[in-house]
Design a protein around this ligand. Structure first.
Ligand code: FDA
Length: 304
């Protein structure tokens, strides 16, 4: 049953027609637990509240695959507006974005042009930009774009997914660039040809990626809600005497708030991923797929 629900939500996440239908009803069905509103102002308010409790943030204007140049440019402009808003509000936050929203599915050149405009604006404000990792189709291209950029600038980082067989090699191949990597388990539906199908293998690989990357000397954003993985990372950080400016923990808005605050109390840097915007459906479906138990929470909200 759980596997079935997972597959169902993962297919919904990809479906543009289901997404369009759901968006018509606004942030409903419990999505507001995971999404900080549809506007920049709402998102900045959420960041202020996080900052007040000792957490920093990364803002993501929700939006994934676009099919026209005009849509890609619109996404780019929203990223610029988000950077402007972070700068004006003086909040502790940076930006996360998805390359398909900037036109990666249309052409590499279009995507690179939009991304460069965003990175230049971020640099002006001294802000960092994280490139999220999407499904496997875009992995190679995303890493290659990152490598080209990283050779020239340092306010950019990417994400490495523990469920992919290739990730350990990617970490080794990126080593010379002293990359800033967000390490995650991986949120998309992937074929067993490219990704570990079993959770225990993903967890083992996640630990392997954390230790390899920390030992290689780059900056590690350890992004998980899994207490076991967090405990593993904490012990490693202590054993290897990794200084606090070489790592942080990251979690998603609305998930494991207790754990986020406990880490802050222990003195760790915690960054919360704060998604906002009207294109919330795909993101919401992936959160349900991760934890089908959330369905009961959605059903309760349906009848509120
Ligand atoms: P796991 O799924 O094993 O969950 C561990 C525990 O966390 C659960 O038992 C539960 O208590 C809690 N939990 C996890 N998910 C929950 C949910 N949806 N609702 C309620 N509780 C939940 N992926 C990707 O492919 N590309 C990316 O760029 C990113 N970016 C990213 C940024 C940040 C800051 C985070 C935290 C995560 C991502 N992810 C991601 C998502 C990631 O790949 C993964 O799908 C989720 O983090 C869930 O995996 P966990 O590591 O939390 O472990």
């Amino acid at each position: 049953m759980e596997a079935l629900l997972r597959t169902l939500f993962q297919s919904f996440a990809k479906s543009q027609s289901v997404g369009r239908m759901a968006r018509r009803y606004g942030l409903r069905f419990g999505a507001s637990r995971f999404v900080a509103g549809e506007t920049i102002d709402g998102a900045i308010e959420a960041v202020r509240a996080l900052n007040a409790t000792g957490r920093v943030a990364t803002l993501d204007h929700l939006g994934e695959f676009v099919s026209t140049e005009a849509e890609a440019e619109l996404s780019m402009r929203m990223c610029l507006k988000t950077l402007d808003a972070i700068n004006e509000a003086g909040v502790e936050a940076n930006l996360s974005l998805k390359l398909t929203s900037l036109g990666l599915g249309i052409s590499d050149e279009l995507c690179m042009r939009n991304l460069t405009t965003i990175l230049n604006r971020a640099r002006l404000y001294g802000l960092f930009v994280r490139i999220d990792m999407e499904d496997f189709t875009y992995c190679e291209k995303t890493i290659s774009i990152y490598k080209q950029l990283r050779e020239q600038i340092d306010n950019v980082g990417i994400v490495i997914q523990a469920y992919l067989y290739r990730s350990i090699d990617d970490i080794e191949n990126l080593k010379a660039l002293k990359p800033n990597l967000r390490l995650v388990k991986g949120a998309y539906k992937e074929s067993p040809k490219v990704a570990y199908p079993s959770k225990s293998d993903v967890d083992d690989n996640f630990k392997r990626l954390i230790s390899t990357h920390l030992m290689n000397g780059g900056y590690a954003a350890i992004a998980t809600h899994d207490s076991q993985m967090i405990d593993y990372a904490k012990k490693l950080i202590q054993d290897l005497s990794i200084p606090p400016d070489r790592y942080e923990f990251q979690m998603l808005y609305g998930i494991r708030e207790d754990l986020q605050l406990a880490l802050v109390r222990e003195g760790y840097k915690v960054r919360v991923y704060v998604p906002f915007g009207s294109d919330w459906f795909g993101y919401f479906m992936r959160r349900l797929a991760e934890r089908p138990a959330n369905v009961w929470f959605v059903l309760k909200n349906l009848f509120k």
